[in-house]
Design a protein around this ligand. Structure first.
Ligand SMILES: [Zn+2]
Length: 168
């Protein structure tokens, strides 16, 4: 946890991650998007969810960014990265982030919020426990959730599951 305030540049990166979540939704995937920045705030890589169109439940953007960072950045550069993401990392992505030795995570909605939204919709719970990032990566530097983005993201998740995956 940290108390370092977000800058206008940080918020633009969050906005981009949320836009990518919207792109994923329009493409038929789940509404999650993420961007990876370097130490000076420049954009290194962007990714969006591809679980449905990719036919692979591990196609999360945060996982893709961790793999990209491991392949393209050295350990020093990875520690100084920031991941801006529409939704808090799931345990798989948090673990990948931790194993890759990456830096701060800024997320717009939390896993706890997503769990509540899916319950509202009547979607079956995730097969993976919705642990907080710190439960997977103790000491992780995180900021979130960000209330300014909550309503948009909740609407996207409702739209994603409208008419499908209902348990009732
Ligand atoms: Zn994930």
């Amino acid at each position: 946890m940290t108390t370092t305030p977000l800058t206008d540049t940080d918020l633009r990166h969050v906005e981009r991650a949320v836009e990518l979540a919207g792109e994923a939704l329009r493409a038929g995937d789940e509404p999650f998007g993420s961007v990876l920045t370097g130490a000076d705030g420049h954009l290194l890589r962007a990714a969006r969810n591809r679980v449905r169109t990719g036919g692979d439940g591990t196609r999360h953007p945060e996982f893709e960014l961790a793999r990209w960072a491991a392949e393209h950045l050295d350990a020093y550069e990875r520690r100084r990265t920031v991941v801006f993401t529409s939704g808090e990392h799931c345990p798989m992505c948090a673990a990948a982030h931790g194993w890759a030795g990456m830096g701060r995570i800024v997320y717009a909605h939390s896993s706890a919020q997503l769990t509540r939204w899916l319950a509202e919709i009547g979607v079956a719970p995730s097969p993976v426990a919705p642990l907080r990032i710190q439960e997977v990566v103790p000491g992780a530097d995180t900021v979130g959730p960000l209330p300014a983005f909550t309503a948009r993201l909740r609407t996207m998740h409702h739209a994603c599951h409208a008419g499908r995956d209902r348990t009732a």
